[in-house]
Design a protein around this ligand. Structure first.
Ligand SMILES: [Zn+2]
Ligand SMILES: [Zn+2]
Length: 144
């Protein structure tokens, strides 16, 4: 039990909340143009957790897009306040990428990987500590 990371968070208005009891996490940054346009900021800062370890309250809206990787990605947001919450692979929702900015405690997040670095907007800051991948993850990356 004690080795679990508890991550709670939600949207701006509170209509959608989540709680993860994660046995492992994978904090990363995605610089792809798809994430940039969705978020309206330079990147998608998120932490991956297994979907079976996440409980969601409320009913986020879902928008499915084809990402820069060519795979389908579901993007979840609050239909009331419009706040972006998390993403998942689609249609098999095996994991969620919880947006770091939605965490109740943002100090729990520190990126370990940067993906799609080649698509980074030139005005965006980087994390010098993160492993950098010009495209997506180089292979299956275990969570944690
Ligand atoms: Zn909301
Ligand atoms: Zn992306």
């Amino acid at each position: 039990m004690s080795d679990r990371t508890i991550l709670t968070g939600g949207c701006l208005c509170g209509a959608v909340r989540y709680r993860a009891e994660a046995s492992a996490t994978l904090p990363y940054v995605c610089w792809c143009a798809n994430c940039r346009r969705w978020g309206g900021g330079p990147a998608h800062w998120a932490v991956v957790v297994a979907s079976r370890e996440v409980a969601i309250e409320g009913a986020p809206r879902v928008h499915v897009v084809t990402a820069e990787s060519g795979r389908e990605v579901a993007r979840y947001f609050c239909g009331d306040c419009g706040g972006h919450l998390f993403t998942s692979p689609w249609p098999e929702v095996s994991r969620y990428s919880l947006k770091a900015g939605t965490l109740d405690d943002p100090t729990l997040y520190e990126a370990q990987h940067e993906i799609w670095a080649r698509s980074r907007a030139p005005w965006a800051d980087r994390n010098p500590e993160a492993a950098r991948h010009e495209a997506g993850f180089p292979g299956p990356v275990p969570i944690g």
